[in-house]
Design a protein around this ligand. Structure first.
Ligand SMILES: Nc1ncnc2c1ncn2[C@@H]1O[C@H](COP(=O)(O)OP(=O)(O)OP(=O)(O)O)[C@@H](O)[C@H]1O
Length: 254
């Protein structure tokens, strides 16, 4: 008898607060093995909090989380997950080269053992995938914001994760870097990785996305196939205030 592969992420009825205020109010989110899910929603709707709940950075007050079929409390296989946080700088104030930052993504694989050739090769492959191999010896503080974002993506890729979580990877990234990211994701998906992306609109990643989940005020307002050729605006559950040239007051679009 064959057992079905458990989902990479299975979050049920998640309730969580931040700064003492309720933020997630019963979120269900499943990412099947090999599936690409985009998490959308207005500013403050709880997207980052949801992915932080999935990585354990925000504790659940109620609800359940399973990662690869293992209850969160028993989950130890963090090497199976690559995480790109919401746009922060890759330069933390500590002088580090691009290669050093990407190498930290390999730590769960080799623990405290010295780096072996296969670790160095994995770092080179990840840097090549994001087009940054020629900058490997440069200090990350000397890179542009978009280049730093590529370094953080390489750090997430270097362990060949089974689940890649990226929080707004397209924010502030130019067209060339967006294309690099889309190509990188395509090859990760071809390799069989599941992907959970926080996005503001589907943009160039749209062809890769299997399902969109739209959050609204800490609840799931839509969970289904992506609507072709549209951004967030056309999805159910999206309220957005737009100033329009032909109106003196903003219009509320549903
Ligand atoms: N560290 C924090 N301390 C207190 N409140 C927070 C913190 N981080 C987020 N919040 C609050 O939680 C709510 C949801 O924030 P979250 O970052 O999850 O939203 P988001 O959907 O990712 O938004 P955005 O599109 O702006 O990134 C917001 O009201 C925000 O003010």
């Amino acid at each position: 008898m064959t057992h079905p592969t458990p989902p990479a992420v299975h979050l049920r009825a998640a309730v969580a607060s931040r700064g003492g205020r309720p933020v997630l109010r019963g979120v269900d989110l499943t990412v099947a093995a090999g599936e690409v899910v985009a998490l959308l929603g207005a500013n403050g709707s709880g997207k980052s909090t949801t992915v932080k709940a999935v990585t354990g950075a925000v504790a659940l007050e109620h609800g359940d989380l399973e990662l690869f079929g293992t209850p969160f409390a028993k989950f130890r296989a963090w090497h199976r997950i690559g995480y790109v946080p919401q746009r922060t700088t890759a330069a933390s104030g500590v002088p580090a080269t691009v290669r050093e930052v990407v190498s930290t993504g390999r730590l769960p694989q080799h623990r405290l053992l010295p780096f072996r050739r296969r670790d160095r090769e994995a770092v080179d492959r990840a840097l090549t995938a994001v087009g940054m191999l020629d900058r490997a010896s440069d200090g990350v503080a000397d890179l542009s914001g978009g280049q730093q974002q590529r370094v953080l993506i390489a750090r997430a890729l270097v362990g060949s994760p089974d689940l890649l979580i990226m929080d707004e990877p397209m924010a502030g990234v130019d067209a060339a870097s967006q294309q690099v990211l889309a190509d990188t994701l395509r090859s990760e998906v071809a390799r069989g990785a599941a992907v959970l992306l926080v996005l503001h609109e589907l943009g160039p990643l749209e062809p890769l996305i299997d399902r969109t989940v739209v959050l609204r005020d800490g609840c799931v307002a839509h969970d289904g196939p992506p609507v072709p050729n549209t951004g967030l605006h056309a999805l159910p559950g999206h309220d957005h205030v737009h100033p329009h040239a032909d109106h003196t007051t903003p219009r509320l679009l549903a």
